[in-house]
Design a protein around this ligand. Structure first.
Ligand SMILES: CC(C)(COP(=O)(O)OP(=O)(O)OC[C@H]1O[C@@H](n2cnc3c(N)ncnc32)[C@H](O)[C@@H]1OP(=O)(O)O)[C@@H](O)C(=O)NCCC(=O)NCCS
Length: 172
């Protein structure tokens, strides 16, 4: 059964960090990124901020329990995806795709220009997954100051040089 997607409500915030940790276990398959599986998730406070902005969506299982989420935030004419996570047991069933559709629908109905994100270039369920959803990679020389600053911060955090990219989906 396809997951049901709805806007997150404050009561969802406390279960979202556990979903992010579970989702991140996928990185154990990649030696140089396995440390991500033990990294701290987004805080409940931050989730609450994004939920209050009505730019966080959750995917529910048949018992209405959140199994995935997409957290985003508006920046001027863009909707920026901060995090997309689906419980490992639910991955590969279209939930991530449906969460992205919810973000795209929001961007469309809000008449925004772009949905943006940063991700790993060579992880199969990162940039290639978004590319199949219509996102295109921005050249490093063609980044606006906001996306360039996010990438700089990610490299300071410890990601390998050139491992990350910014992607955009022009709202259609
Ligand atoms: C990225 C993520 C949210 C996708 O959620 P999902 O519910 O599995 O997404 P879907 O079922 O809609 O699609 C999964 C796609 O990834 C691909 N995929 C998943 N795991 C893969 C793997 N190990 N190797 C290759 N491709 C893989 C699937 O083939 C599928 O491809 P498609 O575009 O042809 O449909 C989920 O994999 C996840 O939580 N990953 C860990 C956290 C993460 O990397 N988040 C993104 C940060 S930018």
């Amino acid at each position: 059964m396809p997951a049901i997607i709805r806007l997150a409500v404050p009561e969802d915030a406390q279960c979202l960090p556990a979903i992010e940790i579970c989702a991140a276990q996928a990185f154990r398959m990649i030696d140089e990124l396995s440390w991500l599986a033990d990294s701290p998730p987004m805080s409940i406070e931050r989730h609450n901020q994004l939920i209050a902005l009505s730019t966080c969506w959750v995917a529910l299982d048949a018992e209405s329990r959140p199994q995935g989420f997409l957290s985003a935030e508006r920046h001027d004419n863009d909707l920026h995806i901060h995090e997309l996570s689906v419980m490992q047991s639910m991955q590969g069933q279209g939930t991530g795709r449906h969460l992205i559709e919810a973000a795209k629908d929001y961007a469309r109905s809000s008449r925004l220009g772009f949905v943006t994100l940063t991700t790993f270039t060579n992880v199969p369920w990162n940039a290639p997954f978004y590319a199949r959803r219509g996102f295109r990679t921005k050249a490093a020389t063609d980044l606006d100051p906001r996306l360039a600053a996010i990438l700089r911060e990610e490299y300071r955090y410890g990601f390998a040089p050139h491992s990350r990219c910014a992607m955009v989906w022009p709202v259609t």
